[in-house]
Design a protein around this ligand. Structure first.
Ligand code: PLP
Length: 387
């Protein structure tokens, strides 16, 4: 049957196809080490699980309001005040089926044909396709020459009369880079000057290393806050990727329009998953810090192992659970990351995500949401087969 043009043009998610390949090899009995994971390898904390089980037992199994239950919206508002110092009300919040869904609703609500949206690269794989589904054009702002960090200079050079939005993702997937406050201030100034809407995807804000500090562009001034949409969710902070809870905070008229869109597609996110999310946001947060410490230790380990491999180079991540090493020293031999990744999977039984899907064919992404044992063994294997 004929597939619509919009859907025909959507590329398959490269991260998900790597996972599928790994599963296939494992089912053949092969001992594959996977660095593809885009999710914490920890389990959802017990108190969160119990709250959802209790919710089911109590019959909280029916439709909730489309944009999320009042209690969850209140918990999100309280969290935004704690984390950002911003006062928002439930009218500024929509809860969706994961942050990806929040972003999808937002892009579809804000952008259309003729609009350009600035997308710093390397970017999270789903931004450009989602912008294109909305009919708009992603305009790539390459940050490889500026240490993988978006700069006001880079933004300025790509603004046109059609620019309507910009994505800020700090800490970033795939680079782990955090953009400094001073740079965000300059970028915000450009957004005010050119009437550009800011989408701040803060999903990795709680996973930070060393001196890196999260700073939200929305907190610069009330004028900047008024044009910023904050995206966050339960997936990465609380190891709840399968629960599918994400949210968007911003201008109430846009949130209302997004809710209308959601009312004609998914309706509410799963009722008892919302109950788990309420507990995740309201309970003691020490588990988040405990896990951050583990991630930081793994980050130090994987960075040191990557630096041992000739031809690879890395800017250590400030946050997230990803490393994004350059493979420049091997480009002559492999041409690009796709063929290097294929080679690693075949010869070393190690799965990495090639950089092409992130807009950087000269890099690969290795997630360290895996054990120290796997990090040591996996990087040793890579070193061996690349030698
Ligand atoms: C930068 C970024 N934003 C959003 C998401 C979506 O998260 P979820 O839909 O699981 O809440 C991801 C997941 O990988 C991500 O890396």
């Amino acid at each position: 049957m004929k597939i619509s043009k919009v859907v025909s043009n959507i590329p398959a998610s490269p991260t998900l196809s790597i996972t599928a390949k790994v599963q296939e090899l494992r089912s053949q009995g092969k001992d594959v080490i996977g660095f593809g994971a885009g999710e914490p390898d920890f389990d959802t904390p017990e108190n969160i699980k119990i709250s959802a089980i209790e919710a089911i037992k109590e019959g909280k199994t029916k439709y909730t309001p489309v944009g999320g239950s009042p209690k969850l919206k209140d918990a999100v508002c309280a969290n935004i005040y704690t984390d950002y110092g911003l006062r928002v009300t439930p009218e500024n919040v929509i809860v969706s089926c994961g942050a990806k869904h929040s972003l999808y609703n937002l892009f579809l609500t804000l952008f259309e044909s003729g609009d350009e949206v600035l997308c710093p690269s390397p970017y999270w794989v789903s931004y450009p396709p989602m912008i294109e589904i909305a009919g708009a054009t992603p305009v790539i702002v390459d940050t490889r020459q500026t240490g993988m960090k978006l700069t006001a200079e880079g933004v300025k050079a790509t603004i046109t009369k059609r620019t309507r939005g910009i994505i800020i993702n700090s800490p970033s997937n795939p680079t782990g880079m955090v953009i400094e406050r001073s740079e965000l201030e300059k970028i915000a100034e450009l957004c005010l000057m050119h009437d550009i809407i800011i989408i701040s995807d803060d999903i990795y804000m709680k996973i930070l290393f060393g001196d890196a500090q999260f700073f939200s562009i929305a907190t610069i001034s009330p004028e900047v806050a008024a044009r910023t949409f904050i995206i966050n969710g339960s997936s990465k902070t609380y190891a709840m990727t399968g629960w599918r809870i994400g949210y968007c905070i911003g201008d109430r008229d846009v949130i209302k329009a997004m809710t209308r869109l959601q009312s004609q597609s998914t309706s509410n996110p799963t009722s008892f998953a919302q109950e788990g999310a309420i507990v995740s946001l309201s309970a003691d947060q020490s588990v988040v810090e405990d896990r951050r410490i583990i991630f930081e230790k793994r980050k130090d380990l994987i960075v040191s192992k990557i630096l041992e491999i000739p031809g690879l180079d890395i800017i250590p991540p400030d946050g997230s659970f990803y490393t994004f090493p350059s493979i420049k020293g091997h480009l002559d031999r492999f041409g690009g990351a796709n063929s290097l990744a294929e080679y690693l999977l075949e010869k070393a039984l190690v799965a990495v995500v090639p950089g092409e899907g992130f807009g950087a064919e000269d890099h690969i992404r290795l997630s360290f949401a895996t054990s120290e044992k796997n990090i040591i063994e996996g990087l040793d294997r890579i070193k061996q087969v690349l030698a």
